[in-house]
Design a protein around this ligand. Sequence first.
Ligand SMILES: *Cc1c(COP(=O)(O)O)cnc(C)c1O
Length: 392
Amino acid sequence: MIEENQHFETQAVRTQTDKTQFLEHSTPMYLTSGFVFEDAEEMRASFAEEKERNLYSRFSNPNTSEFVDKICKLEGAEAGYAFATGMAAVFSTFAALLNSGDHIVSARSVFGSTHTLFTKYFPKWNIETSYFKINEVEKVESLIQPNTKVIYAESPTNPGVDVLDLELLGEIAKKHGILLIIDNCFATPYLQNPIKFGADLVIHSATKLIDGQGRVLGGVTVGKKELIREIYLFSRNTGPALSPFNAWVLSKSLETLAVRVEKHCQNALRLATFLEEHPKVNWVKYPFLKSHPKHEIAKKQMKLGGNIIAFEVKGGIKAGQVFFDSLKMCSLSANLGDTRTIVTHPASTTHSKLAVEDKLIVGITDGMVRCSVGLEHIDDIIGDIDQALEKL
Ligand SMILES: *Cc1c(COP(=O)(O)O)cnc(C)c1O
């Protein structure tokens, strides 16, 4: 039995679906698309939602329910729904709650595909978005219109590792009766719980630190019951459901989230401190370095600094590429939140199509490197990055 007041680690380990008649210790995989009924009356009552039970795995499944229940406990949320990917969670959340003519106020720095939803697809349905710069959270109020439905943000941001004041956003949203939706992917529920600061809904790409081992895709939205009900009804009809296999993997991953994230953060702080002293590095941005412009806010809302560091190598885009070609261990990949340390060079890859001024707005310079610090021994991570910096 798990008690309401048990600690994060205990809830992550002990939240489980009911045992079967075999009394297994570890939750089995329920790879079944559908479920059977005792008789016609049970089937009728189930479809009429008079009875809460699994009908079909597009709606719910014991593995996805276990995963969702855990995330709800870890985020302090009432209810949730799990998706095949983080982007399915982002899209379905907006699609379920917004109508044609509604307006979104969003941070300028959001995940690339989320930005594409706002700029390319939502206008097709007459949903417009206004943006605020990461360092101008106080301007959010001036962007609110009578038809504004949602304030949307991520913190820390990708790839600039900026930090937004969630409490301030929560106050603004509440004052104007607007929903606050936070993509909490970079922090994970272990480091930050946006609901405490007034968020109505929290979204995760479970593909990142929640899986933490670069294996499966997944996403989840949790928050107020009545909002999740709308998201559930939309999703059970449109089909973005998480597969039971991936849900099983992700629920297992959550059992070790606390210990993994602790170590990720420890390694990241060590690397950030090393880089700050390095003569080939212009600047380092990491929420738990005193030099971070929003260090005090980071300490207020985050338990530790996360596993993502941004830094700039001296010598611009060419130096950035030499640095990348000189790495022997760290992976060059667009992913993040893996056991393996990953580095990316946004200016020549993920953000290469942005105009220079737009790159600067989201904190990208030519020599900027984003590092997702992994779980290798810290001396080996620092060693590899140091020998690559020596080549510049
Ligand atoms: C990766 C990511 C997403 C999208 O998640 P997928 O699982 O890749 O679809 C959304 N938001 C943030 C902040 C991310 O890092």
